[in-house]
Ligand binder design. Structure first.
Ligand code: SF4
Length: 388
């Protein structure tokens, strides 16, 4: 297959792994502790496990799976608010498939649908707007979530609703923004991160400049990365090369998609429709300043939080759940006390087990049979084409 195969070429994978090994002397190997590189984006986490990349790496490099899966960081209280919306007479709640499976304190939206609530899966917010056109006697609430990647499509939908004067459409807004979250992670006293693989999708919208503070203020290298095995390995090599050379810069490995300034039309729509909230609650990470957005006052009539009274309660995770420690890179998924027993993709207790981009789901689907550090995969999985 043209294009895909080129990004999964075993010979090039081996060359990049040799390039990483060759940096070892300049990185002080053997080291007291491995270098910890965080892949921020859940898409990277998925690819890393799907292609067995973690198992190919030398033991002095450790990948830490970051908070870049929006479904995974959605707190239970927000899911409960959604359930309250879905339970109202006349409301149709529309959202993405993954979001329907996130557990609230009593059930998920999928279970609410089984109990009779009108919850519909859509592929885009425009599908939800179409429901509003088709059912003028019902109130369609779109449960919107995601980082800057999905924010523009929600913003364009609100603008379209306004253009058409559609009054029975509203948004329960759970969009979040990645930069304050990375800053909060870097400010966390227990973090030991040495560098970052920057998110590819988010960067198509925001560009690469917003990451500059990571290099300048926190002295950590960042490489914006694509999602194929060669993308991830090359980005990792670029981060390690910066560390070996004592540099801390923002580099862009994903230039075929991400430009320096991102997408100006998408950013303009987002800025027109949304404003930052003072605080937003993240599952496992707590409340993070200016890390979520809401609709501006001009679009208040499309804001489900202002249109309907919501419980708006903070709900703690079950005590056995260790999602926060996984999200902060303090433990690996399989070290969670309920991984693979009480918490599986079929019976998720924490949100990291719900989405295919969640670290726990990725571990469960691709790496649960491997030894503790996953390195035994070095033989068969060192040919990434074999796992495609
Ligand atoms: S195994 Fe389940 S409860 Fe434990 S960290 Fe993962 S998602 Fe959370």
């Amino acid at each position: 297959m043209k294009y895909m195969d080129e990004f999964r070429d075993p010979a090039k994978v081996r060359a990049l792994l040799s390039g990483i090994e060759a940096l070892a002397p300049r990185l002080g190997v053997p080291r007291r502790r491995p270098l910890q590189i965080m892949e921020v984006c859940g898409g990277h986490t998925h690819s890393i496990f799907r292609y067995g990349i973690e198992g190919m790496l030398p033991d002095w490099v450790e990948l830490v799976h970051g908070p870049g899966c929006p479904v995974c960081v959605l707190p239970r209280g927000r899911v409960d608010d959604c359930l309250a919306l879905a339970g109202r007479d006349g409301v149709v709640l529309a959202t993405f498939g993954d979001a329907m499976r996130v557990p609230g304190s009593r059930k998920s939206l999928l279970q609410a649908r089984a109990d009779g609530a009108d919850v519909r899966m859509v592929y885009s917010p425009m599908d939800a707007l179409q429901l509003a056109r088709a059912m003028p006697d019902r109130e369609i609430v779109f449960f919107g979530l995601g980082f800057e990647t999905t924010m523009p499509s929600t913003a364009f939908t609100v603008l379209q609703a306004e253009r058409e004067g559609i009054a029975n459409f509203s948004l329960f807004c759970n969009h979040i923004t990645i930069i304050p979250t990375i800053r909060a992670l870097l400010d966390s006293p227990d973090q030991r991160l040495d560098g970052f693989l920057g998110p590819g999708h988010v960067s198509t919208v925001i560009g690469i400049r917003p990451y500059q503070f990571i290099a300048e203020r926190y002295r950590r290298p960042v490489v914006i990365s694509g999602f194929e095995p060669l993308d991830i390995l090359q980005s990792l090599w670029m981060v390690l090369k910066q560390l070996a050379e004592g540099r801390c810069e923002v580099e862009n490995q994903y230039r075929r998609v991400v430009s320096e300034d991102g997408g100006s039309a998408a950013r303009a729509a987002v800025e027109k429709v949304f404003e930052l909230r003072e605080f937003f609650e993240w599952r496992g990470l707590g409340s993070i300043e200016r890390s979520g957005v809401r609709l501006r006052d001009e679009y208040a009539r499309y804001d489900a939080e202002r249109k309907f009274a919501l419980p708006n309660l903070e709900v703690a995770d079950p005590s056995a759940c260790q999602c926060g420690e996984v999200l902060r890179g303090l433990i690996k998924p399989r070290q969670c006390r309920v991984f693979g027993t009480r918490c599986t993709p079929q019976t998720p207790m924490g949100a990291l087990m719900v989405s295919s981009e969640g670290a726990c789901a990725a571990y469960y689907n691709y790496a649960r049979a491997l030894p503790e550090d996953g390195r035994a995969a070095r033989g068969p999985l060192a040919d990434p084409a074999a796992s495609v």
